[in-house]
Design a protein around this ligand. Structure first.
Ligand SMILES: *Cc1c(COP(=O)(O)O)cnc(C)c1O
Length: 360
């Protein structure tokens, strides 16, 4: 069997031991005589899987008791509409920090439902930094402030959770969930598509404070209602059963093999630091994102010469470093080094970049 170092931004690498476990349980899940894909979501055996997954989300992420954990579908992008429909219903206003492509999309979607303002933006420098704001800049009657904590495409991350005063904070954690300890109690709602750090695509995790639920716009589709999802324990309809099962295996991997989020963070910061240190010392490659705003999950870098970028990507692919081409809006390269990317993968990439540098 041969595995490549897969630097895809998502769907992305999963831990090998998780894939092995899923493979071993594929045709007969724990004596049930069937695959998790084949079983009724109302069966006792599946109910235990989803209950275990929820308990793991709560313990690994440190979710406070007054929050609901919802397993939904439609990807993070569906939440761009679900959030304003469920939460932008008191003043009908919300403030958005636009720090990249996904936060821009979230902002554009929310605008369809109310009075939505850009609170801060880094569009002026092609999103190469995290824009700042003061709590006084937030409209005091806004129903919430929305941020994207880690910007997958541009490779930036908030250095800390921003202070929004008494206005509830909502965060897209799609590309940084499970990467380090994040204080969930600072958010009224946090959400993430699973396919970066938490499993296969098709599953979206929503963690929402109970008092935020039940004030939805009456036109909210049933399938987008947090109240309906919460009242039905994420089983109003058939949930993404298999994706939830794989997420459970990944949560177990973080807890048991890694040793929790503190240990995960230590590995992730070490991996990212090595790569940025090399890039910052390189004469060929540069990292466009400002130092105080850099992501530990997505590391964009460029040579400044589109032809050379192309050559690098081609040679990298041949050498087994795949999906390293940057997003079409940024160009260059991007190494997504999520939890499942082993440290050896980052070391090998740095070595490969050094050799490339010596030969240009
Ligand atoms: C990938 C990603 C999305 C989009 O997720 P989908 O599940 O494809 O809808 C949204 N926000 C962030 C931060 C992402 O990384």
């Amino acid at each position: 069997m041969s595995r490549v170092y897969n630097f895809s931004a998502g769907p992305s690498m999963l831990p090998l031991s998780v894939l092995h476990k899923a493979a071993a349980e594929m045709t007969d899940y724990q004596g049930s005589g069937m695959s998790v894909m084949e079983m009724s979501h109302r069966s006792a055996v599946y109910e235990k899987i989803i209950a275990d997954a929820e308990a793991l989300v709560r313990s690994v992420l440190g979710v406070p008791d007054n929050y609901k954990v919802l397993f939904l579908q439609g990807g993070a992008s569906t939440q761009f509409a679900a959030i304003p429909l469920n939460l932008m219903t008191k003043s009908g206003k919300a403030d958005y920090v636009v720090s990249g492509m996904f936060s821009k999309k979230a902002y554009e979607e929310a605008k369809r439902y109310g009075d939505v303002k850009v609170l801060a933006s880094s569009a002026d420098k092609n999103y190469t930094y995290i824009p700042t704001f003061k709590p006084e800049d937030v409209r005091p009657d806004a129903d919430y402030v929305h941020i994207c904590y880690n910007n997958t495409i541009f490779g930036s991350k908030f250095p800390a959770i921003p202070d929004t005063g008494s206005v509830p904070l909502v965060a897209d954690l799609s590309s940084c969930i499970l990467s380090e300890p994040i204080d969930i109690s600072r958010f009224a709602l946090a959400y993430a598509g699973a396919q970066k750090n938490m499993g296969p695509s098709g599953l979206t995790l929503v963690i929402v404070r109970e008092d935020m639920i039940g004030h939805e716009n009456p036109l909210t589709p049933t399938m987008l209602s947090y109240k309906v999802a919460a009242d039905n324990d994420s089983m109003y309809n058939t949930p993404p059963c298999y994706a939830i099962y794989v997420a459970k295996l990944i949560l177990e991997w973080v807890r048991d093999e890694i040793g929790g989020l503190e240990a995960m963070a230590e590995i992730n910061y070490r991996k990212a630091q090595k790569l940025y240190d090399y890039i910052d010392s390189s004469k060929v490659f540069t990292a466009p994102v400002e130092k105080g705003s850099r992501s530990i999950m997505n590391v964009p870098f460029v040579t400044g010469d589109a032809q050379l970028d192309k050559k690098f990507c081609k040679l990298a692919e041949e050498a087994g470093f795949v999906n390293i081409k940057g997003h079409r809006s940024v160009g260059g390269m991007r190494a997504s080094i999520y939890n499942a990317m082993p440290e050896e993968g980052v070391d090998a990439l740095i070595q490969f970049m050094r050799e490339f540098e010596q030969n240009v």
